[in-house]
Design a protein around this ligand. Structure first.
Ligand SMILES: NC(=O)c1ccc[n+]([C@@H]2O[C@H](COP(=O)([O-])OP(=O)(O)OC[C@H]3O[C@@H](n4cnc5c(N)ncnc54)[C@H](OP(=O)(O)O)[C@@H]3O)[C@@H](O)[C@H]2O)c1
Length: 401
């Protein structure tokens, strides 16, 4: 077995993916590999970040707010004596740390885009969990990749961006040996969320508690609601478009309630390749950390004998927000950024009991219909569209949802 030796910078170390990444690093090191952490970035969770700094001894840590530096130093006492950076500059310093070979971006939200671009510009390999980098700035990330593919070559020759999201990791693994011209289409799977079989005429009465009960994955609140509307899956379609250089016509989604088939590739000869495993994010995280090697793991094995696998199409009436966001992806420009920002606001309003579950799709439809898109936007234009969408979504939610 090859021994993995890498130096990592981790953005978003205190989050769900960030903490699981550190657990995977410790597991790999216990198994004789050599992964060190040279830089960590987090937001406001100073206690956890201080504990991580003590344990992993990075040279640099970054936090969101300058006013927290004093408190962080207090927490770190004499355990750690490295450098502390703050805000956007801090994120950039972590993303481009000279000693890092691999940058894991596990930030949540639009704040993840610039660090992804900076890390790629600094010729780092990026293990990407931060969806928003590709959803709102896919064309910019794409343009930053080393795109010297020979004719007919596909993703297997592109090593600078490795996905962490489980569906994209699955597809990335399946696509490795393939040429673009062998691929008929890729299929992402979606659990269908908690309302897959609920009668449509009762959707007006969906409560926050019901929407937060995700059948297969344990995640944060926004992404759990986005899984009930399937907006999360539409974001993943946009991610896949940029990650794998595939036109939207070649990307499909199927509802698969058991969530053990994470992705499928249909080949031009009619063969279908599938990636199947238990639902544990540690598996795609480990693959991204060790790529291009595959290393033994203790992830639970799937007992196929116990599986009954079902697949169904994504209904337009049941999942209207999914189709709206896919359309925003197809239109490109600032539309995906607007969809992302409006959705974030609308989901929060739903969680606050200010709008109904159906109001999320209605609000998205209104905001997207009003948007005058900017084609091929730069970072400033993306953030301007994001701000506009937040404001409009808020106003629409307040007045008419
Ligand atoms: N969780 C999953 O299973 C999963 C699966 C697939 C994809 N993803 C994607 O992975 C990304 C991360 O998801 P997550 O579930 O790990 O999110 P999360 O638990 O909310 O963690 C987000 C991390 O980002 C940090 N952060 C947020 N805003 C920041 C800012 N302005 N400056 C610096 N740091 C900031 C947070 O710091 P503090 O907590 O210290 O404030 C935290 O470390 C998302 O794009 C998500 O869609 C997640």
């Amino acid at each position: 077995m090859p021994v993995i030796s890498k130096r990592l910078a981790l953005l978003g170390s205190t989050g769900s993916i960030g903490t699981q990444t550190l657990a995977v690093i410790e597991g790999l090191n216990r198994a004789g590999h050599n992964l060190s952490v040279v830089a960590l970035a987090a937001g406001k969770n100073l206690e956890l970040l201080a504990a991580q700094a003590q344990r992993f001894q990075p040279e640099l840590i970054a936090i969101e707010r300058a006013k927290d530096v004093g408190r962080l130093r207090q927490l770190l006492k004499t355990f750690w004596n490295g450098e502390i950076a703050v805000g956007g500059e801090g994120l950039q310093a972590v993303a481009t740390h000279p000693k890092a070979d691999l940058v894991v971006n596990a930030l949540v939200g639009a704040v993840g885009l610039i660090p992804t671009l900076e890390a790629l510009k600094a010729k780092k390999i990026v293990a990407l969990a931060n969806k928003e980098s590709l959803v709102i700035g896919g064309h910019l990330v794409h343009a930053s990749l080393d795109l010297h593919l020979r004719p007919g070559e596909g993703v297997q020759s592109r090593r600078s961006l490795v996905p962490i999201d489980s569906e994209h990791s699955a597809l990335f693994q399946l696509l490795q040996p393939l040429r673009q011209d062998e691929i008929e289409r890729i299929i992402l799977t979606a659990s269908g969320g908690p309302f897959r079989t609920r009668p449509l005429d009762s959707f007006a009465h969906i409560t926050v508690e019901e929407a937060l009960r995700h059948p297969t994955w344990q995640m944060g609140k926004r992404v759990t609601i986005d899984s009930a509307t399937l907006v999360n899956k539409a974001f993943e379609v946009i991610e896949a478009h940029w990650l794998f250089d595939l036109p939207y016509e070649k990307i499909s989604v199927l509802i698969h309630p058991q969530s053990v088939v994470h992705g499928l590739v249909e080949l031009t000869d009619g063969s279908l390749l599938a990636h199947v495993s238990t639902t544990d994010m540690k598996l795609p995280i480990q693959y991204a950390l060790t790529y291009p090697e595959r290393i033994a793991s203790s992830v639970e094995r799937l007992d196929l004998v116990k599986q009954r696998l079902e697949f169904a199409p994504v209904g337009r009436e049941r999942y209207p927000a999914f189709w709206l966001v896919c359309e925003a992806g197809r239109r490109g420009g600032t539309f995906p950024a607007v969809a992302n920002a409006a959705d974030e606001v609308l989901v929060q309003k739903f969680l606050n009991n200010e709008i109904s579950f159906l109001g999320i799709a209605r609000g998205l439809e209104r905001v997207l219909a009003e948007h005058e898109g900017v084609p091929d936007p730069d970072v400033e234009e993306i953030f301007a569209a994001d701000r506009w969408a937040r404001q409009r979504a808020s106003e629409i939610a307040q007045n008419s949802l």
